[in-house]
Design a protein around this ligand. Structure first.
Ligand code: SF4
Ligand code: SF4
Length: 332
């Protein structure tokens, strides 16, 4: 090692330490690599010390130096990091993300169209400038009616719309594809209770036909690697906030305003309360946003905690708000 060589991780690579092992997460290549905690400690110490590799090795005996060199080689060979002679050009601090406390995503559950005024609810969500909306229809509904709902968002500031619908005679490959291709905002459609199973993934949309009957809000809260959020932005947000509930507002099938439709607690009915007023004035509303993974039992010692999804409803111990999600089988 030359005297002026420094180790740096690529800007989209993050290290997270767990109780028994650590991970290198590369958001650019969507790659997760498990490494021993010793390696985490060494790599982190080299980078944090701001010393050259040569200076760093001076503190270790020759057999330790060999192991440290192997760790460094692993990082370089697998393109998680690089050697530089100009470390000032690559500051170690990857910076905290600038977050705000706006609504970023909403869920609206509909069982009967007449249960509450859904179009007034949509207006209130649009008033919040919420960019992403998921609408879940729990009973079969005509395609023309679904289209009327979807088209309501044309020429609005909404960025993406995702829907869950029930299979019926009106719902077929042609009608669903036509729907998604003819509307501006619709990005994904899940068809529940379908006789066939298939997934269609295109550049701008996603259609899933599933035989699973998703007839209410209880089909939620599953933690699985395929649901992990592999973006740098969410990694940084998840260090500060809850990975599911941050920025979320919901209206359940009965019109009750909640953080998420599966929660028992509510903030009153959409029939007589206003979403904006709750978001801006109700101090309790944003409390769950701060239930970050670092506070959750077991999860706080899991190396996957900043990329993992969370659930604060279906818990191992339903009486403990800090309990691990019930539907996670991973043992950190
Ligand atoms: S908190 Fe759980 S039940 Fe609620 S939306 Fe998130 S994952 Fe689903
Ligand atoms: S233990 Fe917690 S952080 Fe780890 S994978 Fe399971 S839910 Fe996610």
């Amino acid at each position: 090692m030359k005297k002026n060589e420094y180790l740096r991780l690529h800007s989209e690579v993050y290290l997270t330490k767990g109780k028994n092992k650590s991970v290198l997460v590369d958001f650019n290549r969507k790659r997760i690599e498990y490494i021993p905690n010793d390696m985490y400690t060494i790599i982190n110490s080299i980078i944090d010390s701001n010393k050259s590799i040569y200076e760093f090795l001076l503190y270790y005996n020759s057999s330790d130096c060999e192991i440290i060199k192997e760790y460094i080689e692993y990082v370089i060979d697998n393109e998680f990091g690089f050697i530089t002679k100009t470390p000032k050009l690559f500051p170690v601090e990857k910076g905290l993300i600038c977050t705000n406390l706006d609504i970023t995503n909403a869920i609206v559950d509909i069982e009967k169209m007449e249960s509450y005024n859904i179009f007034d609810t949509f207006d209130q969500i649009l008033e919040l400038k919420c960019p992403h909306l998921e609408i879940r229809f729990y009973s079969p509904i005509k395609m023309s009616e679904i289209k009327r709902v979807i088209e309501y968002f044309d020429n609005t500031l909404l960025r993406s719309l995702h829907i869950l619908i029930q299979f019926n005679n009106d719902v077929n490959e042609i009608s669903v594809t036509k729907l998604i291709e003819s509307t501006q905002k619709l990005c994904s459609v899940i068809i529940s209770n379908s006789p066939k199973k298939s997934i269609v993934e295109k550049e701008y949309y996603y259609i899933e036909w599933t035989s699973q009957p998703i007839l209410d809000e209880t089909h939620c809260g599953f933690v699985h690697q395929s649901y992990f959020s592999m973006t740098q932005k969410s990694y940084l947000i998840n260090q500060e906030y809850n990975s599911c509930l941050y920025g979320k507002i919901s209206v359940d099938k009965k019109g009750m305003i909640k953080n998420c439709p599966s929660m028992k607690s509510n903030f009153g009915s959409i029939k007589n309360r206003n979403l904006k007023e709750i978001v801006e004035n109700d101090k309790l509303f944003k409390k769950v946003w701060y239930l970050k993974k670092d506070l959750i039992n077991i999860c706080k010692s899991c190396e996957l905690r900043y990329i993992c999804s969370d659930c604060r409803v279906y818990l191992e111990n339903p009486n403990d708000v800090y309990s691990k999600p019930l539907n996670c089988n991973y043992v950190p």
